[in-house]
Structures are given as C-alpha cells and as structure tokens.
Design a protein around this ligand. Structure first.
Ligand code: NSS
Length: 431
C-alpha cells in the first residue's frame, strides 16, 4: 500500500494519490461535495464532483459522519487559496469505518466535557497544533543540551526522599522497604551525574501533590534539569538564557503554521534573545511596592506578584538571590549575605509566571548537614547525596524548566491542562 500523507502533497501535484485519514468536516453545494480530510500531518479539501466519481463514493461523501475513517483517491491540485496550498480533485472514496454522532462537534463545548473526552479532543485542530509545538520544544531542548556536550542521565521516579519540600509528596508502599515517593525532581541524582560526567541533563515526568487548583499547576508534569560541575549562579543564568533563546527561536522558525492556527501573537516571543534582564529579589520587591502591592520582604512571590514583576519587561526576567527561608535545603547561601540563597527563577512575560527554577548547590558537607536538620529531613535518606560532598565536592549549579509551563507560554494557552496530552490535576486523573 502506498503511504502518502497530506504533508507530502507538494511532491505529487497533478498526480493521482490515495490518502487515508478521518473526515474532519464536509459541506455540499449542488453537484459538489467537499470533504475535509485530516491525517495528522495536515488537512486537505477533497472535491467530489458528481460526474467524476462513482455513485457510492458521492453518496458516502454525503452520508458519513465527522471522524469516519476513510481512504480518498484523487488528483493533487495546487490551490493557493486552500489551507496548506493543495486540494484534491477527488476520484474515489472508500469507507474504513463509518461513524455518526461524534461527541465533539465544531460548536463550543464546556471545558469539563472536553477534558472528559480528552482522548477524542486530541483530534481537534488546536490540540493537534499544541502537540506538534510540544514535540518541537522537546526536541529543541534535547538538541540544545546534546549539542553542548551534555549527557542525558535518566533519574528514577520511585525515590526514598523528598527534593522540593515534604508537603507535595505522593507516597506509596514499597515492599519491605517502607515508603517510597514519586519524584518531585531528578535534581539530586543529576548532581551525582554531574560529578561523574561533568555536564548532564535529566528529562522526564515529575510529580507534586499540589493541593491548589490553579491554571499553572499539574500533579504530573515534565521537567528538564541540566546540572553542571564547576558552575556558579552566574554560569547557571548564562546557560538558562542561551537555552531559552534557542528553544523559543527554534520553535518560532519551525512551527509557524501551528502558532498561526493557535492565533498566537508572536511579537513578544520574537524578542526572546540574549541578554535577558537580571534583577535581584530585592529589586523585584521594590517593583511590587512601586506598583502598590502589599508585600513583605521574605515571602515567596505568588502568581499575581510574578505578573506584576514580569509586566515591567518585554522578555523573560531572571530574578536571583531569594530569601533562603523560602527556598530548598540544597541551595547555597550567598557568601555576601547569608540570608539569601544563590537561587534564580525565570519569569515568563504575558502573565505566564515562573518557568525555570534553579540555583547553585551547597557543596560543603557540614553546612548541608545543618540544612537537612533545619528542614527536618531524615539524614539517613540523604547519606548517598552527602557522599557527593565527602568525595571530591565541587561548586555546581543547575536548573529545572517546566515543560508544560513552557508549552503553555509559547502556545499562548490560558491553562496548563491543554499543554500535556492527558493532564493530571487535583480533581482529575481520567481519561
Ligand atoms: O520547584 S522548581 O522551581 N525547582 C526544582 O524542582 C529544582 N529541583 C530544579 C533544579 O534546579 N534542577 O520547579 C522547576 C520548574 C518550575 O519553574 C515550573 O516551571 C515547573 O518546574 N513546575 C511545575 N509545572 C507544572 N505543575 C507544577 N505543579 C509545577 N511545579 C513546578
């Protein structure tokens, strides 16, 4: 069987081809039936002119319901007015599976209905576009680190300890060994990897039992985490801005069509180029105060605060040196002011909030022991991690970028639930 897809049509102009896919939409006008076929690579209008096609094909073009699977045969015509630039002068239509009453119609549906039908909703034009952008982002992320000499290091999902605080852990019994937790971040293992391989990244699903129901939180999300030996906070920020520029510019170049389908205004994205602005936490607090936000020094920023701060900038902004109290146990303190952690968050523009969190890591054994105690973490579970400070400890730094937040920002979505094929949230774990 020949295997031509809609995206190949440019190579077959004036030739007869057979395509297989699903009936996306149809309409009729006198002796003509228009069938829009989708096959995952694109959309093409197939024109059934009664005198040119077998009777049963013409009748099927009338009868079939949306999402019936079909095989169409016809002659490829360049048609500048058609989406995609080609049209099929149809000659035949074969039914693979006839269906009627497809639940998702071109009319508006409520979000809960769509989420209940996520397995079908994924076929919609906008969702297909989002998944293609997501895939391109994933590939750009991998290419960026691979081309810079990083080694991909896969880290475990079942872990014996917390990384990002103990309040969002998913717990499970692990045979005779007690409790295990779904990982909140691969970072601690990436640190071991950095001391073995110099530059590594881990990229996979991470889990947080987020009790809040916000548009920026999933309970299962993907994160890419680079970790670099002999790097400090500045190196970390240099890497983060080069990385963001690469990812955004690559996606703008390669997914123009999809971003158009999503009606994304790309003018702000086009500006994501080095250097990105860098401000301290103190400066960010000043911005909040100047904008009339009632904010106490020492707190972490909430979503609304992040929007006020990022609205001052055209590009993503890096906020560094946070109060250590609100940050994780593993972050190194600023030698110039031990109240501060050598941390950085990157806030995306247009109200998308934090997309990256990173830091320089505490590399001194005794200081780290003290932190583990202060954070009331069980030292025993961290003995292996402490070994990294016992045997050839070096300054090192890294960060984590949330994939769905990035997809959501680049696609211009208003909720993370559309940025992942099957979202997991506090009130939803189906389909
Ligand atoms: O908690 S983070 O800020 N940082 C870490 O997990 C570090 N261990 C990363 C590192 O230095 N290797 O999370 C990093 C990013 C954050 O900026 C968001 O973009 C994303 O992960 N994130 C989330 N995305 C979706 N849903 C939830 N709940 C979520 N939590 C964090």
């Amino acid at each position: 069987m020949q295997n031509i897809h809609i995206s190949d049509l440019k190579d077959y102009v004036r030739e007869e081809v057979t395509l297989r896919g699903w009936l996306f939409n149809k309409r009729s006008s006198g002796k003509i039936r228009f069938v829009i076929l989708r096959d995952g690579t694109g959309y093409v209008q197939c024109v059934y002119f009664k005198p040119n096609v077998p009777e049963d094909a013409f009748e099927a073009a009338d009868r079939l319901g949306q999402e019936s699977s079909i095989e169409v045969t016809g002659i490829v015509k360049a048609e500048p007015r058609a989406p995609g630039g080609y049209e099929l002068d149809a000659r035949d239509l074969k039914v693979i599976h006839e269906t009627h009453d497809y639940p998702i119609t071109p009319k508006e549906h409520g979000i809960e209905f769509l989420l209940d039908h996520r397995h079908l909703w994924l076929r919609s034009k906008k969702q297909v576009a989002i998944m293609k952008v997501r895939h391109r982002i994933v590939k750009a992320i991998r290419d960026f680190f691979d081309n810079k000499g990083f080694t991909l290091l896969d880290t475990p999902i079942l872990t014996p300890n917390a990384v990002e605080g103990t309040s969002t852990l998913f717990e499970t019994e692990y045979f005779d060994l007690g409790k295990a937790y779904l990982t909140q971040s691969g970072q601690l293992y990436a640190e071991a990897g950095a001391l073995a391989l110099g530059k590594v990244y881990t990229f996979g699903p991470t889990f947080r039992a987020e009790k809040s129901k916000t548009r920026r939180h999933l309970t299962e999300f993907w994160m890419v985490e680079p970790e670099v030996a002999f790097a400090d906070l500045n190196d970390d920020m240099d890497l983060a801005e080069e990385f963001l520029e690469y990812v955004v510019q690559t996606v703008l170049k390669d997914r123009e069509e999809e971003l158009k389908i999503l009606e994304r205004d790309i003018s702000k994205l086009a500006q994501v180029k080095r250097p990105l602005p860098r401000i301290s936490y103190d400066e960010a607090v000043e911005i909040l105060k100047k904008n009339g936000v009632d904010f106490q020094w020492g707190e972490d920023f909430g979503g609304a605060d992040e929007t006020v701060i990022s609205n001052q900038f055209e590009k993503p902004v890096m906020v560094h040196r946070y109060p250590a109290e609100v940050k994780a146990f593993y972050m190194k303190r600023d030698p110039e002011n031990p109240k501060l952690a050598l941390a950085v968050d990157v806030l995306a523009p247009e109200g998308y909030g934090e997309i990256i969190g990173g830091s320089e890591r505490e590399d001194d054994l005794n200081v780290l022991l003290k932190r583990i105690e202060e954070h009331k973490l069980p030292q025993e579970a961290f003995e292996w991690y402490l070994d990294l400070r016992r045997y050839g400890s070096v300054p090192h730094a890294g960060f984590g970028l949330g994939l769905e937040r990035t997809v959501s920002w680049i696609c211009g979505l208003d909720h993370l639930r559309e940025a992942i094929p099957f979202p997991r949230m506090i009130y939803r774990n189906t389909p």
